[in-house]
Design a binder for this molecule. Structure first.
Ligand SMILES: NC(=O)c1ccc[n+]([C@@H]2O[C@H](COP(=O)([O-])OP(=O)(O)OC[C@H]3O[C@@H](n4cnc5c(N)ncnc54)[C@H](OP(=O)(O)O)[C@@H]3O)[C@@H](O)[C@H]2O)c1
Length: 260
């Protein structure tokens, strides 16, 4: 089963590296020629990857078609293309809901939207997708952990969470700077932070407790966690985080059509 990609940019590069990188005999992969440099690089590195002459040749040569172009240009790129009814379409395009994709890919009807992270290159990270589809799930499992959303709105809410990557790293940078300022060697601080936050994530993932219970049980009376939580609580420090994700979610729900 050949997997075709329309749009060969950052996320296609990560997904193709994930698909090809682990010695699995991967399905043949057919890339659209843009971006030329990225497409040539991938085709040069992986035997199963080739570059089609144009976007229509990708559709003609593939059974599964992954859409990975920017949302602003998606209609003008997709409208002239001839999809087949038997195409399985996986759209990675932001801000273009199912209802808008339908007419662009007709007569194909089997379409799921998905959100890989750049860590797909290392086969790591969640890949939220909607609607659930066995074949799509099997494809996504080859470069991440597929998580089916129960509705398109739930899909937008989970996609919204990917906007917390920069805030998360920025928080780490802030704490790191504070630690170093107190005289801790950067490599020591970094080793500690990486190990501590990795451990917290693993403990939450492998346990039964809710996040709220984990936060409560870490706050012993009169202890240092309780002290920091009290200061954060006084300043309503989680409010900007809620406002940030709410603003992104509203933008996702409006989509391109309404955003103009
Ligand atoms: N980056 C992420 O982490 C991520 C994650 C999930 C979803 N997405 C979504 O995936 C889509 C692509 O994102 P990206 O970060 O990969 O963007 P990108 O790096 O800009 O890639 C888009 C690619 O589309 C190509 N393109 C432009 N016009 C084309 C045409 N007529 N035919 C075929 N290809 C054409 C561009 O080629 P040129 O370079 O030659 O212009 C570029 O290589 C977006 O909708 C984004 O929202 C991205």
């Amino acid at each position: 089963m050949t997997i075709g990609f329309i749009g060969t940019g950052h996320i296609t590069k990560a997904v193709v590296e994930g698909l090809c990188g682990d010695g699995d005999p991967p399905a043949p992969i057919l890339l659209s020629p843009r971006n030329r440099t990225v497409a040539a690089d991938l085709a040069g590195r992986f035997e199963s990857v080739s570059v089609a002459t144009d976007n229509q040749a990708v559709l003609d040569g593939a059974e599964t078609v992954v859409l990975a172009v920017r949302p602003q240009v998606a209609p003008e790129i997709l409208e002239p293309l001839h999809f087949r009814a038997d195409h399985l379409v996986v759209s990675l395009i932001a801000l273009r809901p199912q209802a808008e994709l339908g007419p662009l890919i007709a007569p194909a009807t089997r379409v799921s939207r998905a959100v890989p992270l750049p860590s797909a290159a290392r086969r790591l990270g969640p890949v939220v997708y909607y609607p659930a589809d066995e074949k799509v799930e099997a494809l996504l499992a080859r470069f991440g952990t597929p998580i089916a959303a129960e509705s398109e709105s739930a899909f937008h809410r989970l996609w919204t969470l990917t906007s917390l990557v920069a805030p998360y790293y920025a928080l780490m940078a802030e704490i790191m700077a504070w630690t170093e300022k107190g005289g801790v060697a950067p490599e020591t601080a970094r080793a500690y932070l990486d190990s501590m936050f990795h451990t917290l994530a693993v403990m939450a993932r492998d346990g039964e407790a809710s996040y709220a219970d984990l936060a409560a049980s870490a706050q012993t009376k009169g202890g240092i966690n309780e002290q920091v939580m009290a200061i954060l609580g006084e300043r309503d420090a989680f409010a900007p985080w809620r406002e940030g994700v709410e603003a992104v979610f509203r933008r996702m729900e409006r989509g391109m059509a309404e955003a103009g």
